[in-house]
Design a protein around this ligand. Structure first.
Ligand code: FAD
Length: 437
């Protein structure tokens, strides 16, 4: 049996290497730390948590909690160690970060089939490979990856606008239209009068920002064309009205009038359950984003699947390149997982590592790679990243907005999420049983 190479010992690579070794296949796990650091990591341990120590909400009728539960069912090493080193965090699965990654490092190091090599790979090796080098992939490897994928399919900076759950938008206020009525009405438009605009503008100018890290400030310089919304606000009272908030070509069909300013929301998924705030890339703190963006008429009760960010983030245009099995379309023996394929967050990275590792092992054993049911949190996420619109592709965290709908409409959100959970766990069980047979 051939040895599989896993590049990157972060959340995704650690899980992938463990899953491969667990079925009796030898793995070389390449990790560049401590010889080289990407700018956010501080230790030499595997699966280091670069910022928060939380894996998200624990309840299984919440998106993160369901993902935890699916990973438990699949014998994920990352989640089992997270459970073991959990600390009290009021409903969230948070861990003692030191113990968590030290334990994972030791556990992997002791596995006879896992060889840990502390070296930065510069080129993608031949054979069966799992790429899991994360948001701060080393520049040489990123260059090699770019040669393989094509220049335009690898981004180094994530300037993402918030994404909102469709049903939390007030459709009595937001209206569907395209500018100058061109083509199909494709945008939801949140209209503002002058008073509302000025108040919004004032709040944006003075809102609290996230402190950029040095390496992020460096990268941000290259993105003059993609300014944060608060920076536009600071440049003058009307700058936003000549930019993303311009009202030209839009009239509210209910009043027949052109609003003073308009915030446009663009559909993010095929089913129209997720909407992206056009031009709202931002460095504002998350609490500030919620407070200020909920001032927008129509978004009073907006539920955010993802808030805006602007940071260094190496990620591929997965919809063009990847299959839902996490194999590359052009080279099925190369698989990838984690932040580099545009899934967002620690747990999603572990989930990708599980599937990419499992499928790498299946390839080595001459078995068909798995695709997970779309009704599971893992399956829906990998389906999304491999089939979203490539033009506006942005990293996506796990969420219920990308789930296929239930057969019947259930108005109560918590009840609906509970039903999603039941369906997901039942379908996953069926898959596990069929694989074990
Ligand atoms: P990583 O965990 O980063 O692992 C990738 C590994 O690959 C690293 O260990 C790196 O050293 C190694 N590597 C890179 N290039 C090479 C190479 N050429 N050869 C060998 N090894 C290499 N997510 C959250 O859920 N919560 C947060 O609070 C959070 N905060 C973040 C803060 C910052 C500043 C950044 C950049 C990201 C943050 N994220 C956060 C996203 C986070 O990075 C991911 O959730 C998670 O770490 C992704 O896992 P991964 O395995 O894809 O990448």
């Amino acid at each position: 049996k051939q040895t599989i190479h896993v590049i990157g010992g972060g959340l995704a690579g650690t899980e992938a290497a463990w899953q491969i070794a667990s079925v009796g296949i030898s793995v070389v796990l390449w990790e560049m730390r401590p010889n080289r650091f990407g700018g956010a990591h501080h230790t030499e341990h595997l699966a280091e948590l670069v910022c928060s120590n939380s894996f998200g909400a624990m309840a299984s009728d919440r998106a993160a909690g369901l993902l935890h539960e699916e990973l438990r069912q699949l014998n994920s090493i990352v989640i089992s160690k997270a459970d073991e080193h959990a600390v009290p965090a009021g409903g969230a699965l948070a861990v003692d970060r030191g113990q968590f990654s030290q334990d994972l490092t030791q556990t992997l190091a002791q596995h006879p089939l896992i060889e840990l090599r502390r070296e930065a790979l510069r080129v993608i090796p031949e054979g069966i490979v799992v790429l899991a080098t994360g948001p701060l992939t080393s520049p040489e490897l990123a260059e090699d990856l770019r040669r393989f994928t094509g220049m335009e399919y690898l981004s180094f900076f994530d300037a993402a606008s918030p994404i909102i759950v469709g049903e939390s938008i007030n459709h009595d206020i937001a209206f569907l239209a395209s500018r100058y009525d061109k083509g199909e009405a494709a945008y939801l438009n949140c209209p503002m009068n002058k008073e509302q605009y000025l108040q919004f503008w004032q709040e944006l100018r003075t809102a609290e920002q996230v402190e950029l890290k040095d390496f992020e400030r460096e990268t941000a310089k290259f993105f003059e064309a993609c300014l944060p919304i608060e920076e536009l606000a600071r440049r003058g009272e009307d700058t936003m009205r000549y930019g993303p908030l311009k009202p030209v070509g839009l009239s509210d069909s209910r009043t027949g009038e052109r609003p003073y300013a308009v915030i446009q929301l663009r559909q993010e998924d095929k089913a129209g359950q997720l909407w992206n705030m056009v031009g709202f890339q931002t460095n504002l703190r998350w609490g500030e984003q919620k407070r200020i963006f909920q001032m927008i008429p129509g978004l009073e009760n907006a539920e955010f699947v993802r808030l805006g960010v602007m940071h260094r983030n190496t990620f591929l245009n997965a919809p063009v390149l990847m299959q839902p099995s996490l194999q590359f379309i052009n080279r099925p023996t190369l698989l990838a997982a984690g932040q580099i394929i545009g899934t967002e967050g620690y747990t999603a990275a572990a989930a990708g590592g599980w599937l990419a590792g499992t499928n790498a092992a299946r390839l080595a054993l001459g078995k068909e790679p798995l695709t997970l049911p779309k009704t599971t949190m893992m399956g829906s996420l990998f389906e999304f990243i491999s089939s979203a619109s490539p033009k506006h592709f942005q990293p996506m965290p796990p969420n219920f907005g990308i789930f296929p709908e239930l057969g019947q409409k259930i108005k109560n959100k918590q009840e609906r999420y509970g039903r999603y959970r039941d369906r997901a766990l039942a379908d996953l069980k069926e898959l596990i049983n069929s694989v074990q047979q």
